[in-house]
Design a protein around this ligand. Structure first.
Ligand SMILES: O=C(O)CCC(=O)C(=O)O
Length: 266
């Protein structure tokens, strides 16, 4: 890798990553929108890490709720997605409230407009010592149906809320800064792992990727066009992420019955 690429990666890491050593949760703030710097970083890089949004006790309560939901037959997605929960916000009152939490909407509304609708929700786990890999992909390759203009969105994005500290040891998120500006890249299907619509330029992604070190309580916002993936979990503890994908309220289709208006377009 060139010196320039190294320098760029270091700069991105310094600007956006929140180290778990910053404190278990940082200073938990009330509902707030993105600062001008965070918004600029989101638009430049296609993602931003926002620290100190959720306190530990709330995350623990959601984590226990996920344990409870997984005991109910039919909630576990199974197949190639063991212990994933699709449509997680439709499974209980607590998970519904979390996907519509004012603290998440206040962050999302800085980039999603006009209005906000939920496209989809899911719980993505990395079990302890799992070799599960979520391949390099763009959510938009899954979300946009090219033959259906009603699925076209300008501002679609996700909030990625880790329920535990996440980094490269336990299957944290990796991203390629700036990739959200490159449109939908050619991709192919693979028959191993997860997130199987894999972008063709995997080697390029690996070379330009940075790991996000995200303390529990922080929230990652990333564009539906941003290249991202996650690797295996080498640790003894599960890593879970609660993911909500939002889009402007004028896009009236999402992933099946999950579409839900949460802020009207006015
Ligand atoms: O949380 C992860 O490991 C990544 C999940 C992901 O990218 C996805 O489900 O689209």
């Amino acid at each position: 890798m060139s010196q320039t690429a190294h320098t760029t990666r270091r700069a991105h890491a310094a600007r956006s990553a929140v180290r778990p050593s910053d404190g278990p949760l940082g200073a938990v703030r009330a509902k707030r929108t993105l600062t001008p710097d965070e918004l600029a970083a989101y638009h430049a890089d296609g993602y931003v890490v926002v620290p100190g949004i959720f306190p530990a006790d709330e995350l623990e309560a959601i984590d226990r709720e996920i344990d409870r939901l997984l005991e109910i037959p039919g909630n576990d997605a199974g197949g190639i997605h063991p212990t994933w929960i699709f449509q997680v916000a439709r499974r209980s009152e607590m998970t519904r409230q979390f996907a519509e939490d004012e603290r998440l909407l206040a962050l999302a509304e800085a980039v999603v407009s006009p209005g906000i609708a939920i496209h989809s929700t899911k719980l993505v786990p990395k079990p302890p010592h799992s070799n599960d890999v979520c391949h390099w992909h763009q959510d938009e390759a899954f979300y946009l149906k090219p033959d259906d203009p009603e699925t076209y969105s300008r501002t679609r994005m996700s909030v990625w809320v880790p329920l535990q500290d996440a980094d490269e040891r336990n299957g944290g998120l990796w991203v390629v800064p700036g990739s959200h500006t490159w449109g939908i890249d050619p991709y192919h299907m693979v028959d191993t792992g997860q997130c199987r619509k894999v972008i063709d330029r995997e080697a390029y992604a690996d070379e330009h990727a940075i790991p996000l070190r995200v303390a529990a309580g922080s929230v990652v916002l990333f564009s539906a066009w941003t290249w991202h993936h996650s690797k295996n979990n080498q640790t003894d503890r599960v890593r879970r992420a609660f993911i909500v994908s939002y889009q402007e309220a004028t896009v009236r289709k999402g992933a099946g019955e999950q579409w839900k208006l949460v802020r009207p377009a006015h």
